[in-house]
Design a protein around this ligand. Sequence first.
Ligand code: NAI
Length: 335
Amino acid sequence: MVKAVVCGAAGGIGQPLSLLLKLNPIITELALYDVVNAVGVAADLSHIPTPAQVTGYLPPDNGAEKALKGADIVVIPAGVPRKPGMTRDDLFVNAGICATLAQAIANAAPKAFILVISNPVNSTVPVFAETLKKAGVFDPKRLLGVSHLDVIRASTFVASVLGKPTEASNYSIPVVGGHSGATILPLLSQSKPAIPDILADKEKRDALVNRIQFGGDEVVKAKDGAGSATLSMAQAGAEFANYVIDAAFGGKKGKVVQAYINLSADAGGDAIKKEISSDVEYFSVNIELGPNGIEKILPIGQLDDVEKGLLEAAIKELGPSIEKGVSFQPPPPKL
Ligand code: NAI
């Protein structure tokens, strides 16, 4: 019996994400919460014959906490998306929404795994952590910033540069750092299988790194004012949620993924700080998932000279974004 909740379920990401979660047969309850249209989306999805029983909630009558009650996992794509010309940092307006939702989770589902999609992830994950700390329920093993879209983009773009676009899913490239522009650090030198031809061609490599870091801009531009990545993000979010569910409730062991987390989640976090020569509290790192969420923080591993330069740039930009999230003071908007 697994209860999943989507907050922001009626949005561009929320709807396809909820659909993909409805298709996971391990989920038996799927509660959808949004400030608009969540009941309609739930009614629609409820006609699909999979085990998850779908319910929808709006703000009146404490709808958020009703949706969240007893949740095992909460996925959060609530908030405003980017318009052309905006960076993810311009979305700090979402911090208030995140603080409000974090408080509702603290009240109704303090043990749930929390997967944060709302941007800017580099700041909204600290906002969640700080609100949960104040409520006395913060467990860093259960709070995960979803940077998985960067990982699926890396596989897709690498395969495309290699002229093997149909083989994208065979390429696995860890992406660490943060989830915004220069903070996104794709470790092409650790690609499996290895990609020596790309590594040897500076121009090709620089263009590829740039595309992975700024791939979201491609979508924002192409949608021309109608929003940012929604379908690819829904796929990334559902895939990532399913990894967490499989590890926590399906007994699957040893799954390693990257997520943007608080480095106090495991002793491996201190080793990361040494590896990156920085004392940032949040970083996207390799984690092993298990019954408690983050079972282990694993080393980043060997970086080549190009990646060492990118790491420096990433940390420089990440520090202030984390600080912004940590020092954020609600007043949150009304639910
Ligand atoms: P959208 O505007 O289509 O949907 C957002 C939904 O959140 C709307 O249905 C809205 O009613 C709802 N919402 C607003 N305030 C709320 C509240 N207080 N409680 C519950 N729901 C609330 O936006 P879209 O495109 O779905 O994007 C959502 C967020 O995801 C944005 O912050 C966007 O920047 C972020 N995003 C993150 C990515 C990542 O890789 N982590 C990738 C793409 C987008």
